[in-house]
Design a protein around this ligand. Structure first.
Ligand code: PHE
Length: 360
């Protein structure tokens, strides 16, 4: 059986030369496959004498084993080489700086709105909304401002255009968020505790007034709510919002048709050196109007004033943003100047909560 040596030399050579999986497979079939040369040799065993078979059988089996393990070894080394090649070609320099990404910033108004919502959420208030184009019933009448009332002039209202002969009730750009009080009570009744942030419109323009600005309305109605609750709530809010222990608030007796009694609230601040700071100085900035909801307003919204009462307030979100972040001119908020937005904008990770500060 010298043939065995030849077969061995031939196939071990071919295996060593095979450069990929498919050529190894071709060698395997030709050598040890069912119809391969080794199998053909094994068939011959049947025709041998027992003595011959005792010699040739083990030799053929050994050959088969040797070829199989050579194939396995070759496959493994090809796989190693392939892996090496991938590792060499697919590398990545993790120390390289990443490409600069142009991300936007959160506008101070959005940031401050979220902060206000977070604080009032902690106090048990939920958020309500209403339309920016209101009819004059919700913006005025239901709030105890009848058509001839002088307060209608004070508001510098934008009226929607009406064609001649159009008899629908007049629509306005809402001058305040107070109509949301009516809409909410009409739908959900009392008791309730809501805040309603949103855009409002008045024809007014100077350093602290723009024709479109933002308010947040607050409304708390229940069976035993008093002015003291209002005062506590606003002081608590200001402490949390401005993150200082003593903000000084001044409650000034005032008048709103929809509250009785009414108070405007000013916060102590300073404009020294053009920088706006709260909690110090000799100036006061008006930040909100408030009061006990007028019984006529409760009735107009379907709530029985002999059973329920409560307070309401309307705060200027823009004013609060100016004060908290030292922004001296309100008009710049709405100029869409990218340099301003990058300077005063917030990263999306600056999320507010009641217990930690905003990193800025
Ligand atoms: N709506 C009033 C305004 O815009 C503010 C206010 C709201 C006052 C609620 C009292 C109660 O000036």
């Amino acid at each position: 059986m010298d043939g065995i040596q030849e077969l061995k030399a031939k196939y071990l050579g071919e295996i060593a030369d095979a450069g990929d999986e498919s050529s190894i497979e071709a060698v395997r079939l030709a050598a040890v496959g069912k119809k391969g040369e080794v199998a053909l040799e094994m068939r011959k065993l049947g025709k041998m004498t027992p003595e011959e078979r005792q010699v040739a059988g083990p030799k053929l089996n050994a050959l088969k084993d040797e070829i199989n393990s050579a194939i396995a070894a070759r496959k493994a080394s090809l796989a190693d080489a392939a892996l090496e090649e991938r590792l060499r070609s697919e590398w990545l320099d993790v120390t390289q700086p990443s490409r600069p990404s142009q991300t936007g910033t959160i506008h101070p108004i959005s940031q401050v709105t979220e902060e206000i919502i977070a604080i009032f959420a902690d106090l048990g208030y939920s958020v309500a909304e209403g339309p920016q184009i209101e009819n004059d019933f919700y913006n005025f009448d239901a709030l105890n401002i009848p058509p001839e009332h002088p307060a209608r002039q004070e508001f510098d209202t934008f009226y929607m255009h009406r064609d001649e002969g159009d008899n629908r009730p007049p629509h306005v750009l809402r001058t305040h968020t107070s109509p949301v009080q009516i809409r909410h009570m009409e739908k959900h009744g009392a008791p309730c505790r809501i805040i309603a942030p949103g855009r409002v419109y008045r024809s007014d323009y100077d350093q602290t007034h723009t024709p479109m600005f933002h308010q947040v309305e607050g409304l708390a109605i229940d069976k035993n709510i008093s002015m003291a609750n209002l005062k506590w709530t606003l002081e608590e809010f200001c402490r949390a919002f401005f993150e200082v222990d003593n903000v000084e608030l001044k409650f000034r007796a005032s008048h709103f048709p929809f509250t009785e009694p009414s108070a405007e609230v000013d916060i102590k601040c300073s404009w020294a050196g053009g920088q706006l700071k709260i909690g110090e100085g000799d100036d006061w900035m008006e930040i909100l109007g408030s009061g006990m909801v007028h019984p006529k307003v409760l009735s107009a919204a379907g709530v029985d004033p002999s059973e329920y009462q409560g307070f309401a307030f309307g705060m200027g979100i823009d004013r609060l943003a100016m004060l908290k972040y030292g922004i001296p001119d309100l008009r710049a908020f709405f100029d869409s100047d990218l340099r301003w937005l990058r300077h005063y904008g917030f990263a999306s990770l600056d999320m507010p909560n009641m217990h930690g500060g905003i990193s800025k």
